[in-house]
Design a protein around this ligand. Structure first.
Ligand SMILES: [Zn+2]
Length: 393
């Protein structure tokens, strides 16, 4: 029983909380006296810690008669995203709009069709617009008796989730899973070779999905190697601008690779749904409707592409920060495992050449670049400024 939580890597405390909550929820369903049911939850933790995996597993445990057996139809459909009483909000663009949220809240207020719970799961609740957040807050303040809200957000900082929503929710905090826990998942679940798994887990810095990609996808490994070559390539101002361009273009290429299949499929689905062509009465009005629908689709796709690009660039910056962190650790002979095992030699050379202060300034430059991009500075400008700081030291 409760097998659904096995997919959570290195999260014993959180799993314990969720198991108990699922048991309390089951008592509510069977009509036993029982309080301790919380209708609104926030799942928080660093990227890759499995916020949405945890929320999905909990949703399955709520819908399953056996509190998350992992094998019944309720568990399967919830995890696959097709359960009639579990609605997912997965923002593909930069924000979740108010219209979408109102419609979802309205549907979540209905009685569960299968007799257990209505679940509304919002991935990336930090991307709600203020109005959408307000629409959600109203529902959370007076939750229908059988409705549960699950919100995933990187942190409970007011920038990520409003203080009023936060105050109405129970918070489950996931931690960055330790590298050995990530490695053992790759070995057990994917059959990865133990040495490769250990390498990928360390290189991914606790991000399970990224570890998996690095272990499986040669292109992901090649992109990472290019990023780690950046510090060696910064030999002058011109080289800094070249490196900035290369980094931005690599992120663009990665983003295109991740969204292009979905874009093409959506477009052909939309065209099929609308029917191509047509003449005679009503055709002109229909054509106007078609072009509006196509425009809306294109808008969503552009916004998703922007997000994918930022995510790809951010991953590259995290890799780069890992390198400078390794250099610092090396300068102080700190007894910690390097992030980039395969970059240990380069890190050692850099540690011999730079003072610890200058290695720290470089690390700070990478972190400042991430922050600037988060604050909407144009990525190219932020990356160029970073490269110059990395070169100067
Ligand atoms: Zn089940």
């Amino acid at each position: 029983m409760s097998k659904v939580f096995d997919s959570l890597v290195g999260q014993r405390d959180a799993v314990e909380v969720l198991r108990r909550a699922a048991a309390a929820a089951a008592r509510v369903v069977t009509g036993e006296a029982g309080t301790g049911m919380t209708h609104a939850w926030i799942f928080t933790g660093p990227p890759g810690s499995g916020r949405s995996v945890a929320a999905r597993a909990f949703a399955a445990a709520l819908q399953c008669a056996d509190q998350g057996c992992g094998e019944c139809a309720a568990c399967h459909t919830t995890l696959a995203g097709t359960h009639a009483d579990v609605r997912f909000v997965v923002p593909e663009g930069l924000t979740i709009g108010v219209g979408e949220m109102r419609a979802l809240v309205l549907r979540a207020a209905g009685a569960p069709t299968q007799g257990r719970w209505q679940v509304l799961l919002v991935e990336d609740a930090d991307r709600l617009t203020e109005q959408a957040g307000n629409a959600l807050l109203k529902a959370i303040e007076e939750p229908p008796p059988r409705t549960v809200f699950l919100l995933c957000t990187p942190s409970t900082h007011p920038d990520d989730i409003s203080v009023t929503i936060r105050s109405r929710c129970r918070v489950v905090t996931l931690r960055q899973p330790p590298a050995d826990a990530v490695a053992s998942v790759l070995v057990q679940r994917d059959g990865t070779d133990p040495a490769d798994a250990a390498w990928a887990a360390a290189a991914a810095q606790g991000h399970v999905g990224r570890a998996r990609r690095l272990a499986r996808d040669p292109q992901a490994r090649a992109r990472r190697e290019k990023v780690l070559a950046v510090p060696r390539r910064l030999t002058g101002i011109g080289a800094c601008f070249d490196a900035a361009s290369a980094l931005i273009e690599a992120a663009e290429a990665e983003a295109v690779a991740t969204v292009s299949d979905v874009d093409a499929r959506e477009r052909s689905e939309l065209e099929t749904a609308l029917g191509a062509g047509g003449t005679g009465k009503g055709a002109a009005a229909a054509a106007r409707g078609v072009s509006a629908a196509v425009k809306e689709l294109e808008r969503r796709q552009r916004s998703r592409a922007t997000r994918a690009q930022r995510d790809a660039l951010d991953r590259a910056l995290v890799d780069l920060a890992g390198f400078y962190r390794d250099v610092l650790a090396r300068s102080f002979a700190a007894p910690v495992a390097p992030v980039h095992v395969d970059g240990a030699e380069t890190a050692a050379q850099a540690a011999a050449r730079w003072t610890p202060e200058s290695a720290l300034r470089r690390l700070e430059a990478v972190l400042a670049c991430r922050e600037a991009i988060e604050l909407n500075v144009k990525p190219r400008i932020a990356v160029e400024a970073m490269m110059l700081s990395l070169w100067r030291g």
